[in-house]
Design a protein around this ligand. Structure first.
Ligand code: FMN
Length: 336
């Protein structure tokens, strides 16, 4: 079973990957989107985006920008850093990204422009004997008026230019997380690709996987998918991949995990990023607790680490049973 950690700005960095790794890791780790132009100009913080631990061989570098040239240059830079491959972000629909002409804009602009980008990226990747060779594209369904025919022809174009992996987050440009991801489209795309391109191209589904039950539902809806990508729920439960793999029983100590993550932020992120990274992490991590809103509000009052540790400790004083989560290996279910 291929289970992948999703690219998420401010979350998919080495400090967080180390937390997942504590529980045995996952199949692949996409990085948060790396802005190609900033990387190429050797911005002050770029070295942090290029950290590839703790399992460098499982890294997929996700790049974003609005133009071909900086992306191709960035490819030449990250390609030599190893890992599985490079991913082009064609799915991000955050207004700030979309308005720049990046993210999902690549699905919507003149097809020739996107085709040229992919062709140039593939040529760049093939020009060196070294380095990662898998090229993927992460995308959404497109505009609200998209048709499956459009999506499949877009996928054909990408594959024709050398893309070997498609990741589909089956929501349209405007759909937010309030509505469920539409996994029937993952199945439609994956079965189309399988019939037309065989096994040379893999299709990964992404969206709303939060536990074994939801994964099984997605597997049922999209049996042709080659793997599954998980974002927000893996931040809430860094042990989620281990839980889904069902290969061992373990106990997660949620206080100790918070302390570990905090130390990892100090080690693998610049001090200037500490607050934004911690804030985003807590937005999901606090969902583990029954008084999540109250706890989160308290934690966000100060980013002083002694203060935050104190807040957690006093929370666990009153909610003792919530500090530990026991995951039992189940013997009565099939291995995924
Ligand atoms: C905070 C946040 C940041 C994200 N950043 C990116 C990103 O950098 N690149 C990308 O392709 N998708 C990004 N996404 C989308 C996720 O990769 C994923 O498609 C989405 O969260 C749905 O998966 P989930 O339901 O498992 O969270 C982001 C999502 C969130 C919540």
């Amino acid at each position: 079973m291929i289970l992948i950690f999703a690219p998420m700005a401010t979350l998919s960095h080495e400090a967080f990957r180390r937390l997942i790794h504590r529980f045995g890791g996952c199949s692949e780790y996409y990085t948060e989107m790396i802005h190609a132009s900033s990387l190429n100009t050797n911005g002050r913080f770029e070295k942090y985006y290029l950290l590839n631990g703790p399992e460098p061989h499982k890294i997929v570098w996700q790049l974003t920008d609005s133009a071909e040239k900086p992306i191709v240059e960035a490819v030449s830079r990250v390609q030599t850093l190893g890992g599985i491959g490079i991913d082009l972000n064609m799915g991000c629909s955050a207004p700030a990204i979309y308005k720049l002409g990046a993210g999902i804009s690549w699905m919507l602009k003149d097809r020739k422009e996107t085709q040229s980008l992919v062709r140039s990226v593939r040529t760049q990747m093939d020009s060196s004997a070294e380095g990662c060779k898998r090229l993927s594209v992460k995308m959404r369904l497109g505009e609200e008026s998209f048709t499956m025919e459009d999506l499949c022809s877009f996928a054909d174009m990408l594959i024709g230019e050398g893309v070997n992996r498609l990741v589909l987050h089956p929501r349209t440009k405007r759909q937010n997380y309030g509505r469920p991801a539409q996994w029937k489209y993952v199945e439609q795309l994956a079965s189309y690709i399988r019939a037309k391109h065989g096994t040379a191209v893999s299709v990964i589904g992404n969206g709303d996987i939060s536990d074994r039950k939801s994964l099984e539902e997605k597997m049922k809806t999209a049996p042709s998918a080659d793997g599954f990508m998980i974002g927000r729920s893996a931040v809430q439960k860094p042990w989620l991949f281990a839980e889904l793999e069902n290969s061992l029983s373990f106990t997660a100590d949620l206080y100790e995990l918070f302390c570990f993550f905090s130390d990892a932020l100090d080690e693998f992120q610049p001090p200037e990023f500490r607050e934004t990274r911690m804030r985003r992490f807590l937005a999901y991590y606090c969902n583990n607790f029954s008084f999540s809103h109250h706890l989160r509000t308290k934690l966000l009052k100060s980013f002083n680490i002694s203060y935050q540790k104190e807040v957690f400790l006093s929370y666990f004083e009153s909610q003792k049973s919530e500090q530990y989560i026991r995951i039992e290996k189940k013997t009565d279910i099939d291995t995924l």
